[in-house]
Every structure is written in C-alpha cells, then in structure tokens.
Design a protein around this ligand. Structure first.
Ligand code: HEM
Length: 467
C-alpha cells in the first residue's frame, strides 16, 4: 500500500473551488456557464472572508451570509421574515411537491409534528443494529471481490444508506423499488444546477434548457415508484409502526382530514431521498479523507477494537466512539453534504448594516461558513481534533451547521449521526481504504455535495486477526 502524507500535515482540500467575485454582475452567459458547472464556483471569495456580501446578479439581489450571528437571526430570531424561497419550491415541485421540506406555515407544522415522534433519539437507539448490519452486508460484498481493487465508494455508500432508510422508516417496503428510486434520484440531481439557474434567472416555464425533460421524467418515475410502495402497503398493511404507517394514519388538526395521495407521495419521496443521499455523501467524503490520512484510519480502528472488540455496534457502544464521531464531524465540516441553504427576504430589512429589499435572495453557503478564514484556524486542513470533546465545546452552533439550524433544522440529524458513526466504525474496523494517489475529486454542489468523477478507492479487507 502506498504511503500518503502525514495526516496532521495534510492540507488536503486545497483552497476551496471559488472564484474572484465579479466587480459587476457577471453577464448572463458567463454566470450560467459557471453556475451549471458547479454553483460553488459562483461563491465570491469574499464570502469566505467577510460576514455578508451583497451582489446584484443582474436579475436580482443576492446576499451571501456567513456570519454566525446573522445566520442565527435569519434562521431563528427573525425567521418569519426570512421564509423558504419560491425558487426552492419551483426547483423541487416536480419531485418533492409540497412535502415537509418545501412547505411552510400550518401545512409544514402539521407534517413536522406528524413525523417528529419517530426521530426522538431515545427511540432511534433500537435502529442502530440495523444500521451496523447494512455496513456488514457491504463488507461481505467487498470481500467477494479481489482484495485491493478499486470500488465506487460513492455508489456503495448510496446503496448502503438506502437499505438503512428502507429497513428503518419503511419496514423494508422500499427494497423492491430500490433500483428504480436510486436511478431516478441520480438523474434528477445530476444536473439540477440547470433547474436552479433557470429558477434564479426566472426563465419562463415553457423555455427549454439542457436536461430539463430528462430530469422531469426522472422525477415522475421516482414518484411512480413511491406510489407503488404506497399501494402495496395499503393492500397488505402488516401492522408496521413505521414512518409510512404514521403518515397514512395522520389527521390534519384543523380539518381532521388524512393526507391526500399527493401529500403522502410528496413526503415519502422527501424522506426517502433526504434520508439516504446526504448520509451517503457524509460517509463517502469521510472515507476519502481517511484514505488520504491513514493515521486517522488507524486511530478509528484502534478505538473501535477497544470499545467494541468484534461485537456489532449498538447504541450503547456508539456513545464511546468519540474519535469516529470527530472524524465524521470534521468530514462534514470540509464537505457538508448539504452545502448551501437558501431563504428569501420577506419584507424590506437591514442585515449586517446592509439594506435588503423584499424578494432579495439569501444564500447561506454552509460550505463557505465551514471554511471561513476568520472562523477557523487553518480552515482547509483535515483535523478531527477540532471535534474531540474538549475543543468541540468552543464551536458555535451556526459556525458549524451541517444540519441547518432553527425550526427547520434537519429532522433526521440524530438518525444521521447514529447511522454515520455506526457505519463508519463497522467499515473501518474491517477494511483498509487506500487512495489511488491520483483522483482529487472536486466537490460539486448538486443539492448534495457530490465528488466529481465519483469516489474510487482501493478496498483491502483486513484479516479478522487484524481487527
Ligand atoms: C448527514 C446527513 C444529513 C444532512 C447533512 C442533512 C442536512 C439537512 C439540512 C441542512 C436541512 C435544512 C434545510 C433548510 O433549512 O433549508 C435538512 C432538512 C431536512 N432533513 Fe436532513 N440531513 C441529513 C440527513 C437526513 C435524514 C437521515 C433524514 C430523514 C430520515 C433527513 C430529513 C430531512 C427533512 C425531512 C428535512 C426538512 C425539515 C423541515 O423543513 O422541517 N435528513 N437536512
């Protein structure tokens, strides 16, 4: 196996893929070309250095906000003045409709209250063995291949986390549709920057742009696969107490009505998609960083061996895996699985000394907050020690925010952390991941943060004696 740089010296991520801000709004063509290639390329460098940068892109005002205090105001203190955006609704209406992620007001509150009881950390603990078992199945698949070959880690993690969400929240009902869902979700996200750019620039609905109809078709296929799951459950109830059953049984507190077929599908697609794709990316980038920094791989392996021996990872053991958790947290700092959040200005307002008109777009680039020059010491360096208990206490809640913040914070955050730590611990205990020495994956913002060119890594199963 090839040696790589000493991990504590590794300034691996290089300067983030940003570009100098244009002094004037970029001409439409240049803006579009940059945005569809990778929206992170349109983030001004000043967003990594200042707290708020206001820019007129020629079609409207955009404020890039990275100051933790201003973010807290937008997402909590003054949240009702910074609603979710019309842009987000337009981009997602063909796939996620009016589900929990995209809805607002009373409709959102009801959907959130309906789902929330399933995400209580105490109740999630029982699901940890299912998460660990999904990782063990992945190891068994790798062990059937010749040792040391390159595997597409991003795809493998997507399949593993999909199995987890299907088994835990859908009582396995989504397994039969896994291929159709994963394929359609991949197409729907792969070039979604075109849809976002079209919405931002207010293209009329009828206007053609690349990939539009292919992505719409993928969205329809995704919804069709989910409606099959729903029909099958209605035909054979089976008495499951999962998310699917909860959503079917929910009643609107005002009208007493159940969710319509459309609302159910909106939410099922949302939970299936949001519930696996982000965690898969967190694991993919974690394994990449570990392959670049083998010392941290050894530290995790040592920790898991000491804490769990060869036992399956369960909720009780999770608590004690502090190094594994710190690695996952540091990976989500450098590569936040959801790299950008947006809101819009509801009424004319002042923010950080800048007057912003109603309708202006607010961009919270989590990617830039997590690598901000003034918020972090040596921001591009992979250093999990930042998240070991003694130092973690000093990290602000909107300085590090992979799961968002405020009332709309990720409902699945505890689920994802349990899953991420359980899977990472299970994999690293039994597998050595090696970088191929060449591939430097550019992080591409496609709603989630994808590695350009995928994530090929050499996979070396370890002999049980070495675990
Ligand atoms: C590492 C994994 C994950 C990351 C980084 C992540 C990130 C986020 C972020 C940043 C938001 C806030 C969006 C906003 O306010 O605009 C969010 C919301 C949401 N997430 Fe996650 N998420 C993860 C895993 C999950 C899982 C496992 C589930 C479900 C099982 C889930 C379901 C949701 C839902 C339903 C919302 C919308 C909540 C609302 O608007 O009330 N996420 N997520």
């Amino acid at each position: 196996m090839s040696a790589t740089q000493a991990p504590h010296r590794e300034t691996h991520a290089l300067y983030p893929p940003t570009a100098e801000p244009a002094a004037q709004p970029l001409p439409l063509r240049r803006f579009l070309l940059r945005f569809v290639r990778n929206p992170l390329l349109t983030l001004p460098r000043s967003a990594y250095e200042e707290g708020i940068v206001v820019h007129d892109n020629g079609r409207g005002i955009v404020a890039y906000v990275t100051d933790p205090a201003l973010i807290e105001r937008i997402l909590l203190g003054d949240a009702e003045r910074f609603p979710k955006t019309a842009l987000e609704r337009r981009v997602f209406e063909h796939t996620l409709g009016d589900g929990i992620l995209t809805s607002q007001g009373a409709s959102w509150r009801w959907q959130r209250r309906t789902a929330a009881p399933l995400f209580r950390p105490a109740d999630l603990a029982a699901l940890v063995p299912v998460m660990s078992a999904a990782a063990e199945e992945q190891i068994a698949r790798w062990e059937r291949a010749p040792a040391g070959v390159l595997h597409p880690i991003d795809q493998d993690m997507t399949e593993t986390t999909f199995r987890v969400i299907s088994a835990t929240m859908f009582a396995g009902s989504a397994d039969a549709e896994a291929d159709a869902i994963l394929h359609s979700a991949d197409i729907a996200l792969s070039s979604i920057s075109w849809d976002i750019a079209a919405a931002m620039l207010r293209f009329p609905e009828w206007l053609w742009y690349p990939g539009k109809y292919r992505r719409r078709r993928a969205g329809r296929n995704l919804r069709h696969a989910v409606s099959t799951i729903l029909s099958r459950r209605r035909a054979h109830d089976g008495g499951a107490h999962d998310l699917l059953a909860r959503l079917i049984g929910a009643r609107d507190p005002d009208t007493g009505q159940p969710m319509s077929e459309k609302q159910l599908i909106d939410n099922l697609v949302t939970f299936l998609a949001a519930g696996h794709e982000t965690t898969a990316k967190a694991l993919t980038w974690s394994l990449y960083l570990l392959a670049r920094a083998p010392e941290w791989q050894h530290r995790i392996r040592r920790e898991v061996r000491e804490v769990a021996g060869t036992s399956q990872i369960d909720a009780g053991l999770l608590e004690r895996l502090t190094i594994t958790r710190a690695v996952l947290e540091e990976a989500m700092r450098l590569y936040p699985p959801a790299p950008v959040m947006t809101r819009q200005v509801g009424v004319d307002i002042e923010l950080g000394g800048m007057p912003l008109p109603a309708g202006a777009a607010i961009v919270i680039p989590i990617f830039a907050v997590h690598r901000h020059r003034k918020l972090w010491d040596d921001p591009d360096r992979f250093d999990p020690q930042r998240f070991l208990p003694e130092r973690k206490a000093h990290v602000g809640r909107t300085q590090y925010m992979p799961f968002g913040f405020g009332a709309r914070t990720c409902i699945g955050a505890s689920f994802a952390m349990m899953e991420g730590v359980a899977i990472l611990a299970t994999l690293v205990r039994r597998i050595d991941f090696e970088w191929d020495g060449e591939h430097l994956p550019e992080p591409l913002s496609r709603v989630t943060l994808r590695p350009k060119g995928g994530m090929p890594l050499h996979v070396w199963p370890l002999k049980p004696a070495a675990t």
